[in-house]
Write a protein that binds this ligand. Structure first.
Ligand SMILES: N[C@@H](CCC(=O)N[C@@H](CS)C(=O)NCC(=O)O)C(=O)O
Length: 199
């Protein structure tokens, strides 16, 4: 399995996921900041938009951190990163899996750009509704589905960690503690070390 990645990007989520999975994988560096550098030809097949992360697993070649989280959890059930398809928590798992790209990121972009939010019109509501929903979803539990860590925590935990590191988290004991819990995981730390080393 080849993971196409680049330091200091959303690819860190996929690195974290692969480290959680315990699966064998090869990291292939794609320097998104230098499009002139030669790239593994599989990267173009996996990522039509030229964005990292992307994955090549035999004939399966595709991009996007949430897609990679979903794929690994389902294709490799021994990783125990996903509730089974008939598990009653499956729907919620999918919902939280797409919460980052569908809600957190657009709400953060809107806040950064300082544009007027429209809670009813926008699919992501607004920044405040996103935070409130995230907090309520966690409640007093350790992980987004309750007691068990899943690949959805890689997506949600990355968002919480990002907001914490960049000073975007409003005072929230629940989200602060969740971000810290995620960042303390050995697999998260390994992914950070790889990311910082750039190799
Ligand atoms: N929704 C995608 C977003 C991926 C993305 O935006 N990647 C950026 C880096 S953070 C990228 O590769 N940019 C390079 C480019 O657009 O040329 C995901 O979560 O994987």
């Amino acid at each position: 399995m080849k993971l196409f990645w680049c330091p200091q990007t959303r690819a860190q989520r996929a690195l974290w996921l692969m480290e959680e999975s315990g699966l064998d994988y090869e990291r292939v560096l794609i320097d998104i900041r230098d499009p002139q550098k030669p790239r593994d030809p599989d990267f173009a097949l996996a990522s039509p938009m030229g964005k990292v992360p992307a994955l090549a697993d035999g004939d399966a070649k595709f991009a996007d951190s949430a897609a990679i989280c979903l794929y690994i959890g389902d294709k490799y059930p021994q990783t125990e990163l996903a509730p089974a398809i008939d598990d009653p928590k499956r729907g919620l798992y999918l919902w939280w899996m797409v919460f980052t790209p569908g809600v957190v990121e657009p709400a953060m972009s809107e806040k950064f750009a300082n544009t007027e939010p429209n809670r009813q019109r926008s699919g992501w509501g607004d920044f405040e509704l996103m935070i409130e929903t995230f907090e309520n979803g966690l409640g007093g539990r350790d992980w987004i589905l309750g007691d068990r860590f899943t690949a959805a925590d890689v997506m949600c935990g990355s968002s919480a960690a990002f907001m914490k590191q960049f000073g975007m988290l409003p005072p929230s004991k629940i989200l602060e503690a969740y971000a810290e819990r995620c960042m303390a995981r050995p697999a998260y730390r390994r992914s950070q070390e790889i990311d910082e080393k750039g190799a």
